[in-house]
Design a protein around this ligand. Structure first.
Ligand SMILES: [Zn+2]
Ligand SMILES: [Zn+2]
Length: 338
């Protein structure tokens, strides 16, 4: 039996190490995927540095996985070997718990954790996944291109489509990086009036080329005041990693506006009078489940939304991770499997 190859985190804080393992057999409700591509995401730092309670090492990171089904467990229905699939952060859902039955599969009470954190992920030639964690991939979509859509893509797309904003309404994308450069594209394709907000003038041209109708340089004035001058935002997608910046743009919300928080930045104070006078909200948004990923992939393919990627071979996963952590990658980093 040929062996699988993986880049594993041997213990918290250690460098990624190449390892050969037996190719695993899928359990009853599992599938085995021959991985083709896996995105390298900032959240992989949770696994690499051990910032998640209960992490068991060695662990294979990676939750932006594209590959083909190689084997299916004996109780898997509806999925055939050879099908190209994606796996995101969500490890799947049982389908029978209280949360699942109420349509909240993201909060499943029986299947917990996250791909590449509580179970081995996609920095490998092979991985196992629960069948409910699978998304179908449009045939025309390239595997490398598709991978980052399973985290940066689903998170921004799914938050925006649940933001309450309707076509024509003002939506601000705060931060133009790995998440924001996709957020601008999704917001424009969803028909919003899109304002990109970032520090400095150098991102303006890029933001406009991705579909932004306006650009606010937060170094040259208060973006919240500027948004108010435009009538106030129906939604602000906060992709910045700085709590202070997130707090300072919140007054830019208009009537019934929603600040969508999609990344953890700790605690931010919010002016409650401002919120109540506007009936505004600050809302967290978990990326989504496998069917949301499937929607994201299809929408991205149909509407030509794509991330800008830097590609590394699997064996150079450490260099790829360092590059992502440096913040200098434009904009997502993807591993290509041998
Ligand atoms: Zn991620
Ligand atoms: Zn459940």
């Amino acid at each position: 039996m040929p062996k699988m190859r993986a880049m594993v985190v041997p213990k918290a804080g250690a460098q990624l190490a190449a390892e050969e393992r037996e190719v695993p057999e899928p359990g009853r409700h599992e599938v085995r995927i021959r991985v083709q591509a896996c995105g390298v995401c900032h959240s992989d730092a949770l696994t690499v540095y051990g910032h998640m309670p209960g992490l068991v090492y060695p662990r294979i990171p990676g939750h932006e996985v594209i590959g083909t089904l190689e084997a299916v467990g004996r109780d898997v229905d509806g999925w055939e070997p050879g099908t190209r699939v994606g796996v995101d952060w969500s490890p799947g859902a049982c389908g029978y718990c209280e949360a699942c039955r109420h349509g909240n599969a993201f909060a499943c009470q029986n299947i917990h954790g996250a791909t590449g954190v509580s179970s081995d992920g996609g920095y490998a030639t092979h991985m196992l996944a629960h069948v409910s964690a699978l998304a179908r991939v449009p045939a025309e979509l390239d595997s490398i291109e598709a991978a980052p859509l399973l985290c940066a893509g689903i998170t921004t797309f799914n938050a925006l489509r649940h933001s309450g904003a309707r076509a024509g309404e003002l939506v601000a994308i705060h931060g133009i990086g790995g998440l924001g450069h996709l957020g601008v594209q999704f917001a424009a394709r969803l028909g919003f009036r899109v304002v990109a907000v970032s520090r400095g003038a150098d991102k303006e041209q890029l933001a406009r080329s991705l579909g932004a109708h306006d650009y606010l340089d937060s170094d040259r004035g208060d973006p919240a005041a500027a948004l108010q001058g435009m009538g106030g935002a129906r939604a602000i997608l906060a992709t910045v990693t700085d709590g202070k910046a997130m707090q300072s743009i919140t007054p830019g919300l208009g009537p019934n506006g929603t600040l969508l928080v999609i990344g953890a930045v700790g605690t931010i104070p919010v002016d409650t009078l401002d919120l109540l006078m506007k009936r505004a909200a600050v809302k967290g948004w978990y990326s989504g489940t496998s069917v949301d990923s499937e929607d994201t992939l299809r929408f991205s393919h149909l509407n030509k939304v794509a991330s800008m990627n830097e590609v590394y071979p699997l064996e150079e996963a450490q260099a790829a991770f360092d590059r992502m952590m440096s913040g200098k990658a434009r904009f997502r980093v993807v591993l290509r499997m041998p």
